[in-house]
Design a protein around this ligand. Structure first.
Ligand SMILES: *[C@@H]1O[C@H](CO)[C@@H](O)[C@H](O)[C@H]1NC(C)=O
Ligand SMILES: *[C@@H]1O[C@H](CO)[C@@H](O)[C@H](O)[C@H]1NC(C)=O
Ligand SMILES: *[C@@H]1O[C@H](CO)[C@@H](O)[C@H](O)[C@H]1NC(C)=O
Ligand SMILES: *[C@@H]1O[C@H](CO)[C@@H](O)[C@H](O)[C@H]1NC(C)=O
Ligand SMILES: *[C@@H]1O[C@H](CO)[C@@H](O)[C@H](O)[C@H]1NC(C)=O
Ligand SMILES: *[C@@H]1O[C@H](CO)[C@@H](O)[C@H](O)[C@H]1NC(C)=O
Ligand SMILES: *[C@@H]1O[C@H](CO)[C@@H](O)[C@H](O)[C@H]1NC(C)=O
Ligand SMILES: *[C@@H]1O[C@H](CO)[C@@H](O)[C@H](O)[C@H]1NC(C)=O
Length: 259
């Protein structure tokens, strides 16, 4: 059984892994990625036959590890229905892309085995002390910004709580997206969340946040509800989830492109 301390140590590795090879970590000014993201290529992580809408820029602005929980309630039909998630986001730009899938699985194994008393909120509080700059921010869901009564929820990524606490324009620190391309996880579609392409949501003709224009979700570990029946409108479930998000475009696209 891994302790939570081990999880923290593993997350500290995010910073350490790249300190060993020749290339030192470059602390970015302007709130961008910790290391250059120019070498990252989505085609090497997401199979071409997923037919995902391609990114509009050649490399991502941020690459993140997401650790947290997905919440479910029991729907009228007696099956689990997603009602959002809270996850903490960490900068993994200093880890080579070919290591990302295995690194994410390693963190997932530790998170799965950490005590039930630990919440994702505990992670961010602890890791910010332990890891400082690797904490990017939080991922959670909000109600439909375009229609308060639609009952829909939308994914939001908010770096204003960690990485971009001091930006002058907080609109550049978050983004809200919809989901347009959804493909079942290629390894275990029952246990692992689907892979997603998520373009920025427009509200009153404006982008809802300038953190990014396009977000991709992949390398999923956990997150899906079990395929079991439940008691309608009564049962509640939290499922641990560990995966990657890549962010393309947005206000910081040129902050990370140099070097
Ligand atoms: C991608 O498109 C091809 C050709 O239309 C199709 O055969 C394949 O099933 C699609 N892949 C997915 C994951 O939908
Ligand atoms: C990304 O990788 C694919 C396949 O390996 C390649 O065709 C493409 O040119 C690469 N894109 C960039 C921007 O280097
Ligand atoms: C998920 O469940 C936890 C525990 O009840 C709660 O604190 C959190 O607000 C929930 N989040 C969402 C998005 O439902
Ligand atoms: C990732 O883990 C798998 C399974 O243990 C292993 O076969 C593969 O070589 C690893 N990939 C890298 C890049 O280390
Ligand atoms: C908002 O959602 C409700 C419920 O789905 C729907 O009846 C209504 O037409 C929607 N309003 C707009 C402006 O789309
Ligand atoms: C990507 O670029 C295309 C072509 O310019 C544009 O239509 C689309 O809106 C862009 N997508 C996003 C999410 O910005
Ligand atoms: C869920 O379980 C039902 C009943 O056992 C089965 O028919 C269905 O195919 C399962 N779905 C998945 C995604 O495994
Ligand atoms: C990034 O730089 C390019 C080239 O100078 C420019 O065309 C683009 O508008 C810049 N993007 C942003 C979001 O500032």
């Amino acid at each position: 059984m891994f302790s939570f301390k081990n999880l923290l140590s593993a997350l500290s590795l995010v910073a350490l892994v790249h300190a060993l090879p020749a290339k030192p970590i470059q602390r970015r000014t302007g709130f961008g990625s910790m290391c250059s993201t120019t070498q990252f290529n989505l085609s090497n992580s997401v199979p071409a036959d997923f037919n995902f809408t391609q990114p509009n820029t050649t490399f991502p602005t941020f690459v993140a590890l997401s650790v947290g929980t997905q919440n479910y309630t029991c729907g009228d039909d007696g099956t689990w229905s997603p009602i959002g998630a809270i996850t903490e986001l960490y900068d993994i730009s200093c880890i080579p892309q070919e290591e990302h899938a295995n690194f994410t699985t390693m963190i997932a194994d530790m998170w799965e085995n950490s005590p039930n008393t630990w919440t994702s909120e505990d992670i961010v509080l602890s890791t910010e002390a332990a890891n400082g700059p690797t904490a990017l921010g939080m991922h959670y869901w909000i109600s439909d910004p375009n229609n308060a009564t639609s009952g829909k929820i939308f994914a939001k990524w908010d770096f204003g709580m960690s990485r971009m606490m001091e930006v002058t324009d907080m609109n550049t620190a978050f983004v809200v997206c919809s989901e347009t391309d959804v493909v079942p996880d290629p390894i275990n579609p029952v246990l692992n969340s689907a892979w997603l392409y998520e373009p920025v949501l427009y509200v009153d003709g404006q982008k809802d946040g300038q953190l990014a224009d396009q977000v991709y979700r992949f390398n999923s570990n956990g997150g899906s509800a079990p395929n079991t029946t439940c008691r309608a409108n009564f049962d509640f479930l939290q499922v641990k989830s560990t995966l990657n998000f890549w962010f393309y475009g947005g206000a910081w696209v040129n902050t990370t492109s140099s070097s």
